[in-house]
Design a protein around this ligand. Sequence first.
Ligand code: SAM
Length: 262
Amino acid sequence: MLKLSKRLQTIAEFVSYGSRVADIGSDHALLPVYLIQSKRVPSAIAGELNPGPFEAARKQAADAGLTSKLQVRRGDGLSVLQPGEADTITIAGMGGSLMSGILEEGYLAGKLEGVKELVLQPNVGEEFVRSWLLKRSWWLAEETILEEDDKIYEVLHAFKYEESEVLKRNAEVYDASFLTLPIHQDMGAAILEKMGPHLLREPKEVFFKKWRFELDKLGKIVTQMSQSDLEQAELKKKQFREEMSVIEEVLQCLQTGKPSSK
Ligand code: SAM
């Protein structure tokens, strides 16, 4: 049986037993091959846009003797699917903006009909994915954060239910009152979308590591911008400083359980 990286293994463990899976952007088809080999799912579709990764996925399926259970299809995003063909869609290893674009196009084309579960691992821009899930009424049931080979990854697990049920559940998920910060609910919800509502509720050390790293990056950008006299740069710098101060406040509040005195 294939041995997956910690990142892919985490994604695999979110997939519901017995579901028909479509893995989109499936370079080498590692995830669907593993899911079938481990008998977690009966069958899968691997969708891949680019010729190299598509060939690699086909070869992987053939080498594993799984061509009858794993269909490798070439195409853009969810276009490789027929409505009702998959219960679960996994998308991993791409930016959150591209990922939410793929999901939105698929949604508009009716490709998400019948899909009940999404397991998503954006490499960056997780907030775009959370925002898309909210917009299209998916309940964000779980999130996790992990580190592997000096990279930090987030995995988002979402389900489809009746609209009213999803609204109710997401209202709880995105209720920011636990943050005990002196902020308006809208601002609280924006923080939760950016940093992860579940990750914020049970912050692990790697979560703090990620956000300290982000603060460091933003600080470097602000320093670089200080060398520019442009009015635009001044405005951006102010925005970044405000963003940094919100992140700092949140981290402080999580560490002490109280709002910072700043
Ligand atoms: N999902 C695998 C993983 O997490 O290890 C592979 C990640 S790889 C970095 C991203 C893959 O997505 C590439 O193979 C790329 O060709 C594919 N890809 C990018 N845009 C895509 C799209 N619009 N539709 C399908 N595949 C796409």
